[in-house]
Write a protein that binds this ligand. Sequence first.
Ligand SMILES: NC(=O)c1ccc[n+]([C@@H]2O[C@H](COP(=O)([O-])OP(=O)(O)OC[C@H]3O[C@@H](n4cnc5c(N)ncnc54)[C@H](OP(=O)(O)O)[C@@H]3O)[C@@H](O)[C@H]2O)c1
Ligand SMILES: *[C@@H]1O[C@H](CO)[C@@H](O)[C@H](O)[C@H]1NC(C)=O
Length: 363
Amino acid sequence: MKVNLNLAVVSLCCVIVVVMRVSSKNMMRAVQFREPGGPENLYIGEVERPVPGKGEVLIKVKATAINRADTLQRKGLYPVPAGVTDILGLEAAGEISEIGPGCNQRWKVGDRVMALLAGGGNAEYVSSPEGQVMPIPSTLDFPQAAAIPEVWVTAFQLLHAIGKVMAGETVLIHGGASGVGTAAIQLCVQAGARPLVTAGSAVKLETTRNLGAVGNFNYKEDDVVAEVMRATNGKGVNIVLDCVGGSMYETNINVLGMDGRWVVYGLMGGGNVNGDLLRKVLAKRLSITGTTLRSRSLQYKEQLVQDFSRLALPLFENRTFRPVIHTLFPLAEIGRAHELMEDNLNTGKIILQVEESTGKEEL
Ligand SMILES: NC(=O)c1ccc[n+]([C@@H]2O[C@H](COP(=O)([O-])OP(=O)(O)OC[C@H]3O[C@@H](n4cnc5c(N)ncnc54)[C@H](OP(=O)(O)O)[C@@H]3O)[C@@H](O)[C@H]2O)c1
Ligand SMILES: *[C@@H]1O[C@H](CO)[C@@H](O)[C@H](O)[C@H]1NC(C)=O
């Protein structure tokens, strides 16, 4: 009797294993969280592999990255745009594994690509609109490529599409050592403008200096307004790229010169302002523009990605531009990756390597 029972258990297990193997063909590992909260809520779950829709391609992800928006989404503070997967991840690099219906001929299976995503990048596979996919410059590997789409396209949008930067202008970049900041510095230099930055530590400011920032100020220790005015011969800056908001508004209003453009794209220092803000907006003829990337229309994002590809990718190819990477984690260490970012310890990007498949779906 006991032998038979063992046999039954063993056969049942075999059946389960076979069923799992068959179904795993359409399954993949992806970053999940059960409820909003801290990084400890993150785990790798098995979910259905996405199927590329009309005008989309499926990418087998080799490397992906995290962004501030992911940490906000994890905390329940960033609603996912309508129709977008709730899997985290705004960018990925890998190989095209399937072409969806209605695509034009620009991609083929096996192409090395990176993509700007509205979500879903922290997974083994992700589906992307074909127009938000870019070829990986031949000089870059997958982790380096995964460091590009979200922060470089954002910085490109801030400086060019919104800020309309011109050669000879001066730009103050807060969060200079952030993912976006390290890209913005390089784009600024390339545009013939002078980047000044703020960051919170000497180590970070050394990196920003090496990337080409001509004024590097520690906002925790220095008198930023006085330093910026000194660096601009009292004229002030033409543009501020502001991901801080509330806690930095007085600095911004004081360092902007006549006709200055204040581009607000993050509120890490809160959204509250309290003071005689509008008087200087009026007197200096300032403009304040807020902008987001993720919630933009497909058409807007495709145009931006195409412009970025044409103008910036050749400069990665010849190593004028370089993605700045702080740490590489395996995908499974997603919780540690979020902690590192929330502790403000990274200079540049935190990358997740998505291991090769374990072979279990080969059967
Ligand atoms: N609107 C958009 O389309 C868009 C797109 C992408 C990103 N973003 C925003 O861009 C910002 C940067 O994103 P990221 O992923 O590049 O960030 P990140 O690499 O995590 O870097 C952010 C850095 O900002 C600094 N910081 C944090 N809180 C601050 C505060 N209260 N005051 C001053 N500095 C502070 C910290 O460095 P220190 O040590 O220097 O303090 C931190 O390491 C975020 O606000 C993000 O939400 C917006
Ligand atoms: C890199 O390529 C860009 C664009 O093609 C060109 O303007 C630049 O001079 C090149 N730089 C180097 C160092 O080759």
